[in-house]
Design a protein around this ligand. Structure first.
Ligand code: TYD
Length: 217
């Protein structure tokens, strides 16, 4: 059995990772290729806990305002969720010949937890080390979007902003993602200009996936 491809889509909040995962899945499915869409935080038990922290539903009695989990605690939770996600969902599908399209992976941990730690390179190295056992994807697509475009997309969504969704943090994250390749020298990372409309971004992604598959777009 030939293994499926493991493809990750990354970017700041509002960059369009979820929309583009669905677009890419539709396109691969139309070609008759089996695909499975998934995301991190995952839908497993640790991922569910993380989502409750992100939306402020895990509350510490007597504590008002933002939850107090440190960036290091969050990094450890995300890393544990990732290993569980790999074992329970990602690897079994790949082994069955199903390609995985994953909305965020350890690039998000390195970006978000490092930026929320204050941005030091020591933190980035530690987060990478925590994720050392996380299988490398075949392709990581980073959706580069200006913080202003992403902010206007986020404002058009329903619901309250999550933990990391402040304009200041998202601007720092956009800068971090633009040079994230330096922290993952062995990975196949491709940057996509995501300031365009959905179709334009989907086409650019398709060209990269076709190249991975050894086809012309
Ligand atoms: P997101 O992917 O935007 O999902 P939803 O649209 O369902 O809210 O939310 C996940 C948030 O978690 C996002 O702000 C990025 C952050 N995150 C990290 O900080 N570290 C990680 O390792 C991952 C996977 C996500």
């Amino acid at each position: 059995m030939i293994e499926g491809h493991f493809i990750v889509i990354e970017g700041i909040d509002g960059s369009g990772t979820t929309t583009q995962c669905v677009r890419l899945a539709d396109r691969l499915t139309a070609k008759g290729l089996p695909v499975h869409i998934t995301r991190e935080p995952s839908d497993g038990p640790i991922g569910m806990l993380i989502r409750q922290v992100l939306t402020g539903r895990v509350v510490v009695p007597g504590h008002h305002g933002a939850h107090p989990s440190s960036w290091a605690t969050m990094a450890a939770l995300f890393a544990a969720d990732r290993l569980d996600h790999l074992e329970a969902e990602i690897v079994p599908n790949l082994t069955d010949g199903v390609s995985i399209l994953c909305d965020r992976y350890d690039y998000s941990s390195v970006a978000y937890q490092t930026v929320s730690s204050g941005g030091g390179s020591e933190a980035a190295r530690w987060v990478r080390e925590l994720n050392r056992r996380a299988r490398r994807p075949d392709l990581a697509l980073v959706l580069d979007v200006s913080p202003e475009v992403a902010a206007s997309r986020r404002r058009s969504r329903s619901g309250s902003p999550e933990l990391y969704e402040t304009d200041a943090m998202q601007a720092e994250l956009a800068a971090f993602y633009s040079t994230i390749d330096e922290l993952f020298p062995d990975d196949r990372i491709r940057h996509i200009d995501a300031n365009r409309d959905i179709e334009g971004v989907a086409e650019a992604i398709w060209a990269e996936v076709a190249a991975l598959r050894g086809e012309s777009p």
